[in-house]
Design a protein around this ligand. Structure first.
Ligand code: NDP
Length: 675
């Protein structure tokens, strides 16, 4: 199979320099890659000129729908991806992490995109900032998609997840993707891109894929492009130093080597659930994907007193791991990705052995099930023990990217924290304790050096998602050695592909530009109540100002008795004496909200289908019996949902008859579109 690049809407492989890709299991050739011959300037230009405009004209919800459709399409074909992946050395459960994990990320972004983003093409970021005394000059941040290309360079270990976890936030943001899989597993990525291309779900130009070398692609980058890289620290540094990256200030997100730790706390003595969970997680992280995970546990940090028990328990667990042909059901761990990778891992293990002894596993002597030990890139799980981790350096800096982990002991929590932080920045650490005070010390002791911390104990044991699994909702990345980047994290990952711009101007102008009414901008007051308008007929700024209502003591007493809310501030003049906020008995905030609804609601059957929430509620001035209130209701923004209805956000301000602000909030309604 000769792999082709998918560029400018076609499959092509013009390069002459051929390289063979071999099976991790048998060393047979499984694919050929031809590098060179592609005009990278044209690849980027096509993304900018075709993919970018095609995506930017869609709203966030429309892009989210594309991701969902893609996720469904790929789900129906995932068995094909599993099948191809076995040659990379992965078992069925490894493939589940890569393939289903990637598809799951698409689903999460599709759903979050629809729930958390408006149905528009840009984002309003934060509140309006008053910048002048008179209110005629205000500020508002907005975020819009970059006009360039998301260049995604992926590591070999997750050909599917790696591509999709980077693709989902970029597409949702509205930025076209050029993906470059690692060559050694590129036949899996190639199959995935073929599926995506065949589905025709993404608009033209939204995805291109370069197989083999990226050639002079970096020479053509501009300030509108984003590079997101996963792989080794060496390559990351080389690429980050590219003159165009510095000259054009190209955003560069890096996720690279990481000496992740699992930290057993002193309270988690042998026999506790937390001790068992620690053992289970360390063994799992060593063997899943044969330890080739950027998040895998490389350092198992335990109190010195527990170290012998830790080694014994891990020996017992690891002895049950069958190494061999990953297609066989009884095989728990396949080979690493290739013979070169095996050489690299063993060379790194040799460096570790200058400071640590192998206590479980023998790279020269181990059984392999259903495959030839010499032809496949097999390594058994190797557990090391470092007796002096304080003075050691390699165990904190050498990443053996295979089924390898080093146990190290500590005395006292401070020493444990210091050891964890010797990784000089990691993607993740997991903490095993049932003592919240210890957990807190560990979290704030190691937090600054870690992108993610997983607190694993008996309460979450059954449902916890694992030390090594980045969740699309949560940030993936870490400081220092881990690259200093951040991916995923829900909408945070989308923002990497958008430019934040601070807008300053008059409320009238900014309201029109942002399509969101700002206090001080003109209000539209027509004869009809705004609740009488269908979704598309309602103008932004359309306002209703209510009649007035005086709050009586009877109202307060009645509300208290009716709801059961007899909080002292509403009931007793005496109790509010010298109170820092209340000058005497005051009306319930919820009573004011209820009266506000009574004042602004237009009760007859009409286009407003439902009130579905309040946002940003603030009670500003307490109201005493005898005071009079009124309400202003202004259509602030609209977000279409489907063919039947859309969401309207209303700016609501309750004031006294003397125009003092009592409360402000956003009211959300669903309004019917015209029949
Ligand atoms: P590399 O850094 O060699 O490669 C990562 C990606 O960068 C691949 O797609 C590779 O493509 C590409 N690449 C390499 N050189 C260039 C270049 N000059 N210009 C553009 N792209 C380039 O990492 P590997 O995947 O080969 O893994 C090597 C080691 O990195 C592992 O053994 C492990 O130690 C570490 N690693 C760490 C990870 C982490 O997240 N912590 C993840 C994966 C690896 P190509 O394959 O074509 O060379």
């Amino acid at each position: 199979m000769r792999l082709e690049s998918f560029v400018r809407g076609s499959w092509m492989s013009p390069g002459q320099e051929l390289a063979e890709i071999r099976s991790a299991v048998t060393s047979d050739v499984v694919a050929e890659v031809a590098s060179g011959g592609l005009d990278m300037g044209e690849v980027l230009a096509y993304a900018r000129q075709v993919g970018g405009p095609n995506l930017r004209r869609l709203t966030f919800h429309q892009r989210a729908e594309l991701l969902k459709a893609l996720a469904i399409y790929l789900s129906e074909r995932k068995e094909q991806l599993y099948k191809i992946s076995y040659q990379t050395g992965t078992t069925r459960s490894d493939n589940f992490i890569d393939v289903d994990g990637g598809i799951g990320t698409l689903f999460v972004y599709a759903s979050k995109g629809r729930r958390e983003l408006p149905n528009t093409t840009f984002l309003i970021d934060g509140a309006v900032e008053p910048l002048s005394k008179g209110g005629s000059f205000v500020g508002q941040h907005v975020m819009a998609p970059m006009h360039g290309v998301a260049v995604h360079i992926n590591a070999f270990n997750f050909p599917c997840w790696g591509m999709l976890e980077k693709l989902a936030p970029a597409i949702l943001a509205g930025v076209p993707v050029v993906t470059k899989p690692a060559t050694i597993t590129s036949y899996v990525a190639h199959a995935l891109v073929r599926m995506i291309a065949e589905s025709r779900i993404l608009p033209e130009g939204a995805l291109q894929c370069i197989i083999g070398s990226t050639g002079d692609l970096f020479d053509h980058l501009t300030c509108q492009d984003v590079v997101s890289f996963t792989g080794s620290a060496d390559t990351a540094q080389k690429l980050q130093r590219h003159p165009v990256i510095a000259r054009e200030s190209v955003r560069f997100i890096a996720e690279r080597d990481s000496l992740n730790a699992a930290i057993l706390a002193p309270d988690a003595v042998p026999g506790t659930p937390e001790f068992d969970l620690f053992i289970k997680e360390v063994a799992k992280e060593m063997t899943v994907k044969a330890g080739q995970k950027c998040t895998a546990i490389r350092r198992a940090i335990a109190p010195n007193t527990h170290v012998p028990a830790v080694i014994e328990a891990l020996r017992e667990r690891l002895s049950r791991v069958t190494v061999g042909n990953p297609e066989l059901e009884n095989v728990r761990m396949g080979p690493v990705v290739g013979l070169g990778q095996r050489r690299d891992v063993l060379a790194q293990v040799a460096k570790l052995r200058s400071e640590a002894d192998i206590v479980v596993g023998d790279p020269e002597n181990f059984a392999v099930e259903g495959a030839d030990r010499e032809r496949g890139a097999f390594i058994p799980p190797l557990l090391l023990h470092c007796p002096d981790p304080i003075r050691a350096t390699n165990v904190h800096s050498v990443e053996a990217f295979g089924p390898v982990c080093t146990v190290m002991g500590y005395d006292g929590l401070d020493q444990g924290i210091a050891l964890a932080n010797r990784g000089d920045g990691s993607l993740v650490a997991s903490i095993y304790t049932y003592d919240p005070a210890v957990a807190s010390d560990l979290v704030f002791g190691v937090g600054a050096f870690h992108g993610r911390l997983v607190l694993i104990d008996r309460d979450c044991a059954k449902e916890q998602t694992g030390h090594g699994s980045p969740m699309p909702h949560m940030v993936h990345g870490g400081p220092g050695r881990a690259g200093g980047g951040e991916e995923l994290g829900g909408m945070r990952g989308v923002h990497h592909y958008m430019q934040r711009t601070a807008l300053q101007g008059s409320p009238a102008m900014l309201s029109r530009v942002t399509q969101s009414w700002i206090k001080g901008a003109p209000m539209v007051q027509e004869g009809r109540h705004p609740f009488r308008y269908h979704f598309e007929d309602l103008a932004i700024g359309q306002t209703f100002i209510s009649k007035e209502r005086t709050i009586t003591l009877e109202d307060i007493e009645h509300f208290a008795a009716f709801t059961g809310d007899t909080f002292y501030a509403h009931m007793s003049e005496e109790a509010t004496k010298d109170h820092p906020f209340f000058p005497g008995r005051v009306a319930h905030g919820y009573l004011l909200l209820s009266f506000a609804a009574g004042l602004f609601v237009d009760p007859d059957l009409g286009p407003v289908l439902a009130n579905y929430g309040l946002d940003s509620l603030r009670f500003i001035k307490p109201v005493q019996p005898g005071e009079t209130i009124k309400v202003r209701l202004t259509a602030k923004s609209k977000s279409p949902r489907n063919e039947q209805y859309g969401e309207v956000r209303w700016d609501v301000e309750i004031t006294t008859d003397k125009d003092e602000t009592v409360a402000t909030y956003d009211l959300l309604t669903m309004n019917a579109v015209r029949p």
